[in-house]
Write a protein that binds this ligand. Structure first.
Ligand SMILES: CSC[C@H]1O[C@H](OP(=O)(O)O)[C@H](O)[C@@H]1O
Length: 357
């Protein structure tokens, strides 16, 4: 199934154009649609660190193109410099953000692909690298649409769905993961009522999810994070759907801070809690959620969000960007291969193996 990128119902976050990478600057949404034109891996790393590009799959894709930017001007006669540059740029990009496994997954996929061609001329290696970056992006779009189709089998027309952060088209190559079923439901003429958590402190839900869904004509209601319990208590939510930055081998899920609390609330209200997870976000080498590195971000995201001082100077701040939801609070994990129910271990292994061919 090939996705026609011209027909996706939202702006593209990562676009390769001739010899440069265009990144939709998500820090400026929803007020401004501005694309950064990047020509070096250092610029790509900075864009990832500063959340100009964000969302686990989008980060992986941007890093893959960043690898090509790092080597595209290496002389064809200098194979040694190509390999040393690949190692340096790979490590530099990998260190940009620690939690989303898609970043290291994409870089490792590039490395493995080039290792199979290590005796080939530099020109062939560079062409193969760029082709692999395009393949990662293309496959991500296809995975997202398939996740949407599988998630739709768990929903019904007329349902209320609550989501957190942005696991939408802006976080991926197309359609998103958690938001994919909402786009497909719209295509089928369903009416789903979406409640989007604003998702402090960076407000990906308010700035990105509400924006994406409103642009697509999907019924979305923006709520503050602390309103999710009341919305569930009113009976307005029949499913919670979130994305993920990393699923551990036992089914523990790292996702945007606040996800764990939603899972506890969903359990308390008897609401299914679904995690949309492309296999590129599943990390079988990480045994449990306790082993997932959790990124801590600058205090200013909380004390001076969007430039407005909202806390006393010098106050102590704790700003983890993610939390871990234990597998026992997850109803199902939905990959591009289908719906996985507990116990998650065997199903996660099978899904990853299917993706490795
Ligand atoms: C399909 S996006 C996955 C994930 O990434 C987001 O984090 P961030 O905005 O910090 O990159 C969020 O946790 C999404 O659920």
């Amino acid at each position: 199934m090939t996705i026609s990128m011209e027909k996706i119902p939202h702006p593209r976050s990562v676009v390769w154009q001739e010899d440069r990478l265009l990144l939709l600057d998500q820090r400026r949404l929803p007020a401004e649609t501005v694309y950064l034109e990047l020509t070096t891996p250092e610029e790509v790393r900075e864009a990832i660190v500063k959340l100009a590009v964000r969302g686990a799959p989008a980060i992986g894709t941007a890093a893959a193109f960043g690898m090509y930017l790092g080597v595209k001007d290496v002389p064809d006669a200098d194979a040694g410099r190509l390999w040393s540059t690949l190692r340096r740029v790979g490590e530099d990009l990998r260190s940009a953000r620690p939690t989303a496994v898609n970043l290291s997954w994409a870089l490792e996929r590039i490395r493995r692909r080039l290792e199979t061609l290590k005796e080939r001329p530099v020109s062939e290696l560079k062409a193969a690298l760029l082709a692999e970056a395009h393949a990662i992006q293309r496959e991500d779009a296809e995975m997202c649409r398939k996740i949407g189709e599988h998630l739709l089998t768990l929903l019904e027309d007329g349902m209320g769905v609550l989501t957190h952060c942005n696991a939408g088209g802006l976080a991926t190559a197309a359609y998103g993961t958690a938001l994919a079923p909402l786009y497909l439901a719209k295509e089928r003429g369903w009416h789903l009522r979406v409640f989007a958590d604003e998702t402090r402190p960076v407000l990906q839900g308010a700035r990105l999810t509400a924006y994406e869904l409103q642009q697509a004509g999907i019924d979305v209601t923006l709520i503050c994070d602390n309103m999710a319990a009341a919305v569930m208590q009113k009976g307005w939510v029949q499913a919670v759907i979130v994305g993920t930055d990393r699923v551990a081998a036992n089914g523990d899920v790292a996702n945007k801070i606040g996800t764990y609390g939603l899972a506890v609330l969903a359990k308390a209200h008897g609401i299914p809690f679904y995690v949309a997870a492309p296999t590129s976000s599943i990390d079988l080498q990480t045994p449990t959620g306790a082993d997932i590195p959790i990124e801590e971000r600058p205090v200013e995201e909380i004390t001076k969000g969007f430039g407005l001082a909202t806390a006393p100077e010098g106050v102590r701040v704790y700003n983890p960007a993610f939390d871990v939801t234990p597998a026992e609070l997850v109803t199902a994990i939905i990959t591009e291969h289908g719906v996985i129910r507990p116990p998650f271990g065997p199903g996660l292994q099978e899904a990853v193996q299917r993706s490795q061919g």
